[in-house]
Design a protein around this ligand. Structure first.
Ligand code: PHE
Length: 457
């Protein structure tokens, strides 16, 4: 079924690094540490690991199977597997989701660039306490010009790499950037562990305290196991569509999930020991990275250099993920609309730039504008996509493959070694039953909370 003239990854490791580059993103370095911090540390991590196995990994395999089986972008894939049915809308939903997520993800990508510049200018060494640091962060994200400028610069970097092509752009840069990322994170961990008192941070990550684990923490863990593997919007369908027939999907997916999980844990070890050593609050929320860490960097010798290293690694994480989101739409325009890759990349890039502007202004010019239930534009897009659109996408993929198209017709896509026969069966049962139920929970829970709070009033 695959189209011969379409581009493919040059190697299995190239695919794994590109997909891991997609998976390892702001979710790992920014979000995972702060939701872990807010939810009591190790106990939360244990639940999260369980969901990676029950939800993340099975849907990751599902998406890659759909992509490789058809060799098409998400819309083309559903059109091929279920011609003339409403299922092709699943592909459109995925593309629409990618479109929205990248517009605000790119804004945060811009923050990382801004903080790289701040560390080069030596500003970060002046944030002695949380007041100065938090104030500087709020000023920064409240400044409309720098927000739009950095959003633009970040996006442009993504576009330049994407228009070079799958192999010469995305794969080549993932192979360069991911090892650099790993090296930098190890440097930061070593620096953190060398600080006196850092050990409290280590035990925070390793000693489970189940009393802190609430229902909403469990739902956070569930939703995050899904977001962190870049699922629900056709990224992995798209990346899977460039995978050669001879490569093994099962083992590749396991590597991708392991890399992603290990990096999330390493990010915890890069952040919490230092935060504890400075007696700061681990449950600092979204500001943990941009307000609390700069205080740590300002108070240690050579802090500015470590700040620079840290924000470069955060930038790399955001970059390779944003690239994978944009590629979903570019693949659609190239495959279905027959546009050239540069034309698809730049014209779509321009549209994302425009859509990102309200998100970029959400903390400044339009911060008092609440679009929905007290959420500003940025938070609204974040909640809408992570709690509703991505899980809905994943649910549709699982139901499609598990119930409509039939898993039997795709089993040959999975590794043929007899040693994995049992795993294939486990995958089948999980995709058909377990993952859809878990995804329904992610979607229904926030609604239940809203209704509950409403009734309580
Ligand atoms: N997985 C990425 C992260 O953890 C986010 C992402 C979601 C990327 C969906 C692509 C698609 O930050």
């Amino acid at each position: 079924m695959a189209n011969i003239s379409r581009e493919h990854w040059g190697s299995k490791i190239g695919f794994i690094l590109a997909a891991a580059g997609s998976a390892i993103g702001l979710g790992n370095v920014w979000k995972f540490p702060y939701i872990t911090g807010a939810n009591g540390g190790a106990a939360f991590i244990i639940v999260y690991l369980g969901f990676i196995l029950l939800l993340g990994l099975p849907i990751l395999i599902t998406e890659i199977v759909i992509g490789r089986h058809t060799g098409k972008d998400p819309v083309g894939a559903f059109k091929t597997l279920a011609p003339n049915s409403i299922w092709k809308n699943t592909g459109y939903i995925a593309i629409f989701t990618a479109f929205i997520i990248v517009s605000f993800y790119s804004v945060v990508g811009g923050w990382t660039l801004g903080y790289i510049v701040k560390s080069v200018l030596g500003e970060i060494s002046k944030f002695e306490n949380i007041k100065t640091s938090g104030g500087a962060f709020n000023n920064f994200i409240g400044n409309p010009f720098s927000m739009i400028f950095y959003h633009f610069l970040f996006l442009l970097t993504c576009l330049i790499i994407i228009q070079l092509g799958v192999k010469k752009g995305i794969e080549r840069y993932s192979k360069i950037l991911m090892p650099i990322f790993l090296f930098l994170i190890v440097l930061i961990i070593i620096r953190g562990l060398m600080m006196p008192g850092s050990f409290k941070g280590v035990s925070f990550l390793l000693d489970p305290d189940f009393s802190k684990l609430s229902w909403s923490a469990v739902i956070d863990a569930l939703g995050h196991s899904f977001f962190t593997l870049s699922l629900g919007m056709g990224t992995m369908i798209t990346y899977g569509s460039y995978l050669n027939k001879k490569e093994k999907i099962l083992s590749s997916s396991v590597y991708i999930a392991i890399l992603d999980t290990v990096i999330a844990l390493l990010a915890g070890f890069a952040i919490f020991p230092a935060v504890f050593a400075m007696n700061m609050d681990p449950s600092g929320g979204p500001g943990l990275i941009f307000s609390i860490l700069p205080v740590v960097f300002s108070n240690i010798p050579y802090g500015a250099i470590f700040a620079f290293i840290f924000f470069v690694l955060l930038f790399i994480a955001a970059l390779t993920s944003a690239i994978s989101m944009i590629e979903v739409v570019v693949a659609y325009l190239v495959d279905e609309k027959k546009w050239s890759r540069p034309k698809a990349t730049y014209s779509f890039g321009f549209v994302i730039f425009l859509i990102g502007i309200p998100a970029a202004l959400s903390f400044g010019a339009i911060k008092d504008f609440k679009i929905f239930f007290g959420y500003n534009f940025f938070d609204f897009l974040d909640k809408l996509t992570s709690n509703i659109m991505l899980p809905a996408g994943g649910l549709l993929f699982a139901i499609f493959l598990g119930w409509k198209y039939g898993l039997n017709k795709t089993m040959h896509e999975l590794d043929q070694d007899t040693s994995v026969t049992v795993l294939k069966k486990v995958w089948a049962v999980t995709v058909k039953f377990v993952s859809p139920v878990l995804l329904l929970f992610v979607m229904i829970y926030p609604l239940m909370v809203i209704i509950y709070n409403y009734l309580k009033k």
